[in-house]
Design a protein. Sequence first.
Length: 147
Amino acid sequence: MPLAKADSYISDVLVNRLELWTQRLIKIFSEIERCRCALADLGIITDRAAPEVRSYDRPQVVRLKERLLALERDRQATFRQMASANAELLDDTTFEVVLPDGPTPGSCLSWLPGEPSIAYWREKKERTAPRQPLPGISEDSFKPVLH
């Protein structure tokens, strides 16, 4: 396979994996919020950490806490898979993912769910750093795929 074709294939595979991981994270984060709201309706407020199941918890509370623990394990497993590709979730609201090796030293590549390729970068791995198109890519020609 010619090098350019191989690079394109690797990029396509990576984008497919990023799409899979972020869709999984979107579902996990949504389900975590649903469980936390259900617990809050029962008068139980939980923090960001997975809640501890207590011996005096009612069965409904136990089920919700156990579901949160399972979701936390799924979330961590997904983060480990992403880390194996050097991908990192930058923002759990937009589900932006950053990867190393942007066009300048210390910068990172940026990808959002629905984008068909990795076409943006950030100067720093921070949400406040502006997202810019990679050199040679016009923002006008890049259209995200909406699902």
